[in-house]
Write a protein that binds this ligand. Structure first.
Ligand SMILES: Cc1ncc(COP(=O)(O)O)c(C=O)c1O
Length: 397
C-alpha cells in the first residue's frame, strides 16, 4: 500500500499545504493504467477514462499521456479533457441531458462519437449537425436490463432507470438514423453502473448486446465498435482487482469488433487519499466522537452511499482502542466518515487519512457550509507537486 510506504512524504505535504488535502500517488496511478493495458493485451480496445471520477488536469494529462481516451458527460468535462491533452478522436460524450450547445461543441471539436440516450436527443443531434454542416458520429446507449447488484444510486443498467433506451427503441433509432445524411452510427453502448465486482453482469449484458448487433447486421446496419462502459469496482483500501475477467468476455470477438471501455473509479480511486487533522474529541451518550477538519463537502461518498473508507492515523495512534465516530464539522448528522470505528482515540492535531478517495472525491466536492474546496497534491518520485490550489474565501464569497 503506497500510503504506508510514503508516510513521511505525506506528513511533510500536510505540513506544507495544510488540511484538508487530497494527496495522489503518481506511481500507483500508473500501476492501475498498466493493469488495464496488460489485461486487454491482444484486443483492439480504446480505454476512455471517465473524467467524472477525477478531472484534475494534471492527473488527466498523465492518463492521456498513456494513450487513454476520455469519456465526458458535460461541456465542462469535454473542455477539461481537451485541455488536458486527450485527443478529440479518442473522446466520447455520454449523458442523458446534453444541451444543444454541448452537442454543437462536440461536433465542432470532431470527437470520436456522441453516446445518444433518447430518440429526442438523436433528433436534436441531427438538427444540430445539419445546422453546422457536420457529420455526427454517434452510438446509442442501450439499457440492457441487467442487475449490476450495486448501490441503487449507482445502478444504471436496469429497466426503469433514466439511462439509455431499451433494445426495441434502439433498433428504431438506428433505422431512423440510417435515413438521415448527417447521422453516422459507429457503436452501441451499455454502462451498467458503478462498483461492480463480478464479471457476470458484463457477460449477461454483452450477450444481449451481441444478439442485438447481429440483428442490426441482418438489416444492413454494421457497427464497427462496441462500448461496454465502465463500472469496474474498487474495494475501499485496496487496489482494483484485475480487469482481465472482463477482457476474457470480449476476447472471442476481438477479430470482429473494436472495443471501448470507460473505466473511471478503477483508474484513480486507490491512488488518492484525503488527509485531515483531528480538531476535537467529545462524547455524546456512550459514543466517542472525533471531529476532523474535513467534511462531507470535501468527500461525500460515506454520507451519500454509506461507503466505508478505511481511516488511518499517521501521527501515531498507540494505546487502548475505543469505538468512535469519525465526523466532520458540517451541520448535518449525515456528515461522518466512519461510524463506530475501533481505533485508538486520536490526539488533537493528529493527521488522519481517508483511503481510496482518488475517485468521486474532489470531483463531487462542494462549497456546502461555504467551505473552500481542498488543495490537491501529487506525490512523484522527485517530490511533491501542488496540482490544484486550495480555494480562497474571496473565490467563494
Ligand atoms: C457512461 C458512464 N461511463 C463510465 C462511467 C464510469 O464508471 P466507473 O467510475 O464506475 O468506472 C460512468 C459512471 O457513472 C458512466 O456514467
Amino acid at each position: 500500500m503506497w500510503v504506508n510506504k510514503n508516510k513521511k512524504k505525506i506528513l511533510r505535504a500536510v505540513e506544507k499545504f495544510g488540511t484538508p488535502l487530497y494527496i495522489y500517488s503518481e506511481e500507483n496511478l500508473l500501476k492501475q493504467i498498466a493493469e488495464y493495458k496488460k489485461a486487454f493485451r491482444g484486443i483492439d480496445v480504446l480505454f476512455c477514462y471517465a473524467l467524472k471520477a477525477n478531472s484534475n488536469r494534471h492527473l488527466c494529462s498523465l492518463i492521456a499521456g498513456r494513450g487513454f481516451g476520455a469519456d465526458v458527460v458535460s461541456g465542462g468535462e469535454l473542455r477539461a479533457a481537451l485541455s488536458s491533452g486527450f485527443r478529440p478522436e479518442k473522446i466520447i460524450f455520454s449523458g442523458v441531458g446534453k444541451t444543444e450547445e454541448e452537442l454543437a461543441l462536440a461536433l465542432r471539436k470532431n470527437i470520436f462519437f456522441i453516446n445518444v440516450e433518447s430518440f429526442e436527443e438523436l433528433e436534436k443531434l441531427d438538427e444540430t449537425a445539419s445546422r453546422l454542416g457536420k457529420r455526427a458520429d454517434f452510438s446509442i446507449r442501450i439499457n440492457p436490463d441487467v442487475d449490476p447488484h450495486t448501490h441503487n444510486y449507482i445502478a444504471t443498467g436496469k429497466s426503469g432507470s433514466k439511462f439509455g433506451v431499451d433494445f426495441e427503441e434502439a433498433s428504431r433509432m438506428y433505422s431512423w438514423a440510417r435515413k438521415r445524411v448527417r447521422l453516422n452510427a459507429v457503436s452501441a453502448h451499455f454502462h451498467l453502473g458503478s462498483q461492480l465486482f463480478s464479471p457476470v453482469p458484463y457477460r449477461k449484458a454483452f450477450k444481449k448486446l451481441l444478439k442485438f448487433v447481429s440483428s442490426l447486421e441482418k438489416s444492413g446496419i454494421n457497427l464497427k465498435s462496441l462500448d461496454i462502459g465502465g463500472g469496474w469496482g474498487v474495494k475501499e483500501g485496496l487496489d482494483m482487482g484485475s480487469p482481465a475477467v472482463i477482457a476474457e468476455i470480449i476476447r472471442p470477438y476481438a477479430g470482429k469488433y473494436s472495443f471501448i471501455m470507460e473505466p473511471g473509479r478503477s483508474v484513480t480511486a486507490s491512488s488518492g487519499i484525503l488527509a485531515a487533522r483531528a480538531l476535537y474529541r467529545k462524547t455524546s451518550g456512550k459514543r466517542n466522537i472525533v471531529i476532523l477538519d474535513a467534511a462531507m463537502n470535501d468527500f461525500i461518498r460515506p454520507s451519500l452511499y454509506g461507503a466505508s473508507h478505511p481511516v488511518l492515523n499517521l501521527s501515531g495512534g498507540k494505546g487502548k482502542k475505543v469505538r468512535a465516530d469519525i465526523a466532520g464539522p458540517v451541520c448535518e448528522s449525515g456528515d461522518f466518515f466512519l461510524k463506530d470505528f475501533k481505533t485508538v482515540l486520536p490526539e488533537r492535531g493528529d493527521v488522519l487519512v481517508i483511503l481510496s478517495a482518488g475517485a468521486y472525491g474532489y470531483s463531487m466536492s462542494s462549497n456546502y457550509n461555504l467551505r473552500p474546496k481542498p488543495a490537491e497534491v501529487l506525490l512523484k518520485k522527485s517530490g511533491v507537486r501542488l496540482i490544484r490550489k486550495r480555494q480562497s474565501y474571496p473565490e467563494i464569497i
